[in-house]
Design a binder for this molecule. Sequence first.
Ligand code: F6R
Length: 600
Amino acid sequence: MCGIVGYIGEQDSKEILLRGLEKLEYRGYDSAGIAVLNHNGVHVFKEKGRIAVLREIVDASVSAPIGIGHTRWATHGVPSKVNAHPHQSSTKRFTLVHNGVIENYNHLKRDYLQSVHFESETDTEVIVQLIEQFVDKGLEVESAFRETLKLLKGSYALGLLDNQDQDTIYVAKNKSPLLIGLGKGFNVVASDAMAMLQVTDQYVELMDKETVIVKKDSVTIKNLEGTVIERAPYTAELDASDIEKGTYPHYMLKEIDEQPAVVRKIIGNYRNENGELTVDSDIRQAMIGADRIYIIAAGTSYHAGLVGKQYIEKLANVPVEVHISSEFSYNMPLLSEKPLFIFISQSGETADSRAVLVQIKEMGYKALTITNVQGSTLSREADYTLLLHAGPEIAVASTKAYTAQIAVLAILARDTARAKGIDIDFDLSQELGIVASAMETLVDAKEEMEQIARDYLSTTRNCFFIGRGIDYYVGMEGALKLKEISYIQAEGFAGGELKHGTIALIEDGTPIIALATQENVNLGIRGNVKEVVARGANPCIISMKGLNEEDDRYVIPTVHELFTPLVSVIPVQLISYYAALHRECDVDKPRNLAKSVTVE
Ligand code: F6R
């Protein structure tokens, strides 16, 4: 969470920084700021609220060819102007932006900075004060920067300005993402290439505990001992149009609509010359060699993992456990003899998942990351990567990444089954093609979904999603979507579990969204619906053609029963979208959330 940008060159930096921050707003949006440096010194503009608010207070008459910027998701200290970045040292010589968490900031304050007055409640201010203190003791700025970094425990991506030096941005990274973008006569710094695609598509990755001296004509990467590191740039394969909303009112709606195309793209990217959907042979070998798979993920990605478990167990006959990453790291189950870990993460940056990856790598185990972001931390640090090819997902609520994760897990399971000589009685490529067509029908059903949102959710306080088997997992995802963007309290339950306690919450009119796409539990889930209706609930049944009954509210086209989550999730995504819209919520940037959760 939090996004940082920097620019050094010949143009005025303000607009480049602001536009960059707008592209990073998905990483946090409770306050924002920029600092620009010119011959008159440093000028800091910061404010509580979105980048649009910051824009209004930036003094248009100040022009400066060097600057840094930050959009914040608060960790230490409430969202406020004073806690917004950039932060400055006591004399205001140094100005800093930071993404990450300094775990030992209180100890550092106590041990080194007792006499310093702090303006903010942030952990960041400790860093900038330490740098100034090392400089006061006679160190060069670069050495002071490195000495400070050696004291920090935790995660950081940093951009530092020295108002006595108009030629340099000092940069460092540990555990939080950061890239250097290269231009002709300018260079930039960004948490994500998307932010600076406006000026360059050439980027250099940074590794943990590296520092960079960024000047307008040069970029020098060093380790904490000061040794220079050479690294070639790469071209960011992002299309500028991928990161625009186009004619859509919200990114979330655009990303829901993109799902059929994403599934088709995945089919194309994973198809081999024989028309089979396959993964790299080293991934296949790792799958075959494992006696148990441990899927580690958070939020929506965890929900995709639950579906993936069904695929790997049913198709490839390998036992799978699915774990929430923040729980796994300190409550590790007994592991099997030959485990393989699969990390599922849209962003590839989720700190909770990364903590597990670091742990299991130290234990000597292999890891596969399934992610949307090439070169992300979880991808770089795992042994293998499978990409989602979903294009940038910008709305905070994940939609197309979820369906892409499930499609890629299906391919992984299918290919493992093939390698193990297990007969599968369907052609996955064909089945996913049918799924993509069904998805097209569903994304076109916006009016029906909007009406469902009106009929069931316009005034309700809460809502329950129920299902059995694989439908239960989609229900969990539906509940997460609804609560995160509309703030309606929503929970997903296994249909049979309601009567063991939760049914006490059913009142007259309580909306129940029931998913009925599985033949073996169709009667069961319909029985559960009757139980809640008898207690006053207002049921909305979403079923699959062939299993539907007269009063079902919406019937999805028939797809293979294993792949119904790819299709049945679309109605719940759209219903959640319209419920949020009707309540005038900020669909793309729900309160208290951020897209990339880079703090544990
Ligand atoms: C919900 C949502 C989150 C993420 C979770 C994990 O719509 O997007 O629950 O799924 O924060 O993020 P990734 O997949 O980036 O690891």
